[in-house]
Write a protein that binds this ligand. Structure first.
Ligand SMILES: [Zn+2]
Length: 356
């Protein structure tokens, strides 16, 4: 997986310049570091990678945290501690999932645990992913720790839904927003991967991929990986691959859908998932096609890619109902642990509708 292999490993690698400068600044006084951060932003924007980088900076064996004479804030990335954090085997870095550790008992256990000194390093890091999933009681328990955190503990709460984090928690955290990556940032990250893998891909082709990634480093890396699996890395081949991921393939799915053929849609989706297709991209293509279909239904002139027989049988109510279900699924995709699941549920529910 390119995304994992090429995720930024040190402050220096962070693609967003503003964020890099802000975090470097926040960590540049070892005597006064923040004890709680709140990272908010959509999936694939680098929250977990950045949390691990902070863990490295605080525990690295070769920077200003290790040596008072050093002026280097950034982690070296190569000492045993940095390597262990990259590998996920460092005992003082705890990554928790807010969805499965959401109860008050979990947080109480954590409160007991944080009192103990670090085992291997200088700081214990608690990275709580999807923090908005914690229960109200769990947040209250956590708040007590955030009010008086032991000096050797740093919390990093990551969330895709900042509005669900209570104000009392927010006020204790340094907020850092993870915006969707810009086209240029995506391009830089794709170039880094291409260089690292020794891939011969024209900049124009990388630009096409960056555009299709729509602001997600993860999607960009995934698409580049898919695009370069064959022998042809030309812009034409890459564009064709992207079309197959979205346009060409999605028409087939849409036809099965409009026929309310649940089995065929599920077979199609499961094959798409196995190929590593992105549910998000697929739904975006489906929105384009439904839009086109609605226009075709109304003004008749648009040359829709949907076969006429299907078009004739499709009602506007069907288009509206399918679009609504897909919009809901699209919104849910960003916090679904399995990307394809909301789409599958929407598709199944739409197919069922006709039967009733
Ligand atoms: Zn290091």
């Amino acid at each position: 997986m390119y995304y994992r292999k090429y995720r930024p490993q040190t402050l220096q690698n962070i693609d967003n310049e503003k964020r890099k400068a802000l975090i470097t600044q926040l960590l540049s006084h070892p005597q006064h570091i923040p004890h709680a951060f709140l990272f908010s932003g959509s999936k694939g924007t680098g929250k977990t990678s950045t949390a691990r980088i902070i863990a490295k900076v605080l525990n690295c064996e070769r920077n200003m945290f290790a040596d008072k004479k050093s002026k280097e804030v950034d982690a070296c990335g190569v000492c045993d501690t940095c390597k262990a954090i990259t590998a996920g085997s460092f005992l003082d870095v705890h990554e928790l999932d807010g969805a499965s550790n959401r109860g008050v008992d979990d947080v109480r256990a954590l409160r007991e645990e944080v009192k103990f000194a670090p085992v291997q390093g200088r700081y214990k890091l608690y990275i709580i992913d999807e923090a908005h999933m914690l229960t109200k009681e769990a947040f209250n328990a956590l708040l007590k720790t955030l009010e008086e955190p032991p000096h050797h503990v740093v919390f990093i709460l990551a969330t895709t839904e900042e509005e669900k984090i209570p104000d009392t928690i927010l006020s204790r955290c340094i907020p850092i927003t993870f915006n969707r990556a810009t086209h240029e940032e995506l391009l830089v990250s794709l170039e880094r991967i291409a260089k690292g893998e020794g891939l011969q891909v024209a900049k124009e082709a990388l630009s096409v991929i960056a555009k299709a990634a729509r602001g997600s480093f993860r999607d960009g890396a995934k698409l580049l990986e898919m695009a370069t699996q064959g022998t042809d890395n030309s812009i034409e081949a890459i564009t064709a691959m992207l079309e197959t991921q979205g346009k060409k393939g999605s028409t087939e799915l849409l036809v099965a859908l409009l026929e309310h053929n649940e089995k065929r849609t599920m077979v199609w989706l499961s094959a798409f998932e196995k190929r590593g297709g992105s549910a998000k991209l697929l739904m975006e293509s489906l929105f384009d096609e439904l839009h086109e279909l609605l226009l075709a239904k109304n003004v008749l002139e648009t040359a829709s890619v949907i076969p006429k027989v299907v078009l004739d049988k499709t009602t506007k109510a069907d288009i509206a109902s399918l679009t609504k279900k897909l919009i809901d699924a699209y919104a849910q995709t960003k916090y679904s642990p399995i990307e394809m699941l909301p789409l599958m549920i929407a598709v199944s529910s739409f197919c069922e509708d006709k039967k009733n």
